[in-house]
Design a protein around this ligand. Structure first.
Ligand SMILES: Nc1ncnc2c1ncn2[C@@H]1O[C@H](COP(=O)(O)OP(=O)(O)OP(=O)(O)O)[C@@H](O)[C@H]1O
Length: 261
């Protein structure tokens, strides 16, 4: 299925990232796995998109290809009008550093640095000065002003993940890619992190693409794409936890029927 929704709820907007006929094939012969099979999708600028699907359906592979962390076997990925699949590794590294933010399930903070130093690390590495107004806005929004001098080990999991989100946003990237950002968190901390990502989109026009297993997490997004066996099977605009759950059940039932048939 080709999904061509450049924005949610019928608003046609600019495209931040585009997958065009993306394939990712591992192995060959009897061990050949089509992790992605001809996936095409647009991810609107200033939108929050969730990617869902059963285990092994290709979610992480798609996220990694979209973020330039992995090369598709075939097809193209555009960040704005730059084709990531054509970029030499060095330019790709610079582009990831300057234009993309990442949030992973394991918070990946540097243990010897304070929360503030972790947040500004991407800019320090790039030799850039933070935009003070934006830095203050991000820090105010994550709600950790009184914890900035703490090391990661002195913060809860939810607080560490909010620091990781702030780090992803500090350079005002074109897109933040989040891979199961709430996978290690309890429901209260998950809600804090998701509310922050949601606010970064709604109030600050950032763009977020998030892989999740959790229907409640997906409900924070403007739009949910559902993968099954490496292909896009379905899409929901303005999702609720209930509508996401229903769609997942339908896809699972269709998958079971397909296997039985
Ligand atoms: N490096 C690899 N070599 C071989 N097969 C791989 C590799 N990486 C992923 N795969 C396969 O590609 C398919 C998609 O994997 P992927 O990790 O993208 O799925 P996922 O939907 O993110 O799964 P999960 O929800 O369990 O994390 C799976 O069948 C997986 O076994």
């Amino acid at each position: 299925m080709t999904v061509d929704a450049t924005g949610a709820a019928g608003t046609l907007g600019e495209v931040a990232v585009r997958a065009a006929g993306v394939w990712k094939v591992y192995g060959g012969g009897q061990t050949r796995v089509e992790a992605l099979a001809d996936v095409s999708a647009d991810f609107g600028k200033g939108r929050f998109t969730a990617i869902m699907g059963p285990s092994g359906s290709g979610k992480s592979t798609l996220l990694h290809c979209l973020a330039g962390l992995d090369k598709p076997s075939d097809g193209q990925v555009f960040l704005g009008d730059v084709d990531l699949t054509k970029l030499p590794e060095k330019q790709l590294t610079h582009l990831r550093r300057d234009r993309i933010g990442f949030v992973f399930q394991a918070f990946n903070l540097v243990p010897t640095l304070t929360a503030l130093e972790n947040i500004t690390l991407p800019l320090d590495l790039a030799g850039r000065k933070p935009d003070q107004d934006w830095l203050t806005t991000v820090i105010d929004t994550i709600g950790l002003t009184d914890r900035l001098s703490h090391k990661p080990a002195e913060l809860s999991g939810g607080q560490q993940q909010r620091v990781a989100c702030a780090r992803a946003l500090v350079s005002r990237p074109d897109v933040v890619f989040a891979d199961e950002p709430t996978g290690n968190l309890d429901s209260r901390s998950s809600a804090d992190v998701l509310a922050f990502l949601h606010r970064s989109v709604r109030d600050f026009h950032q763009t977020v693409v998030m892989v999740t297993h959790d229907p409640a997490a997906a409900a924070y997004a403007d739009r949910v794409l559902f993968l099954a066996d490496g292909t896009l099977e379905s899409e929901l605009v303005d999702p609720t936890a209930e509508s996401v759950l229903d769609t997942m059940k339908q896809l699972e039932a269709a998958g079971a029927e397909h296997l039985a048939g």
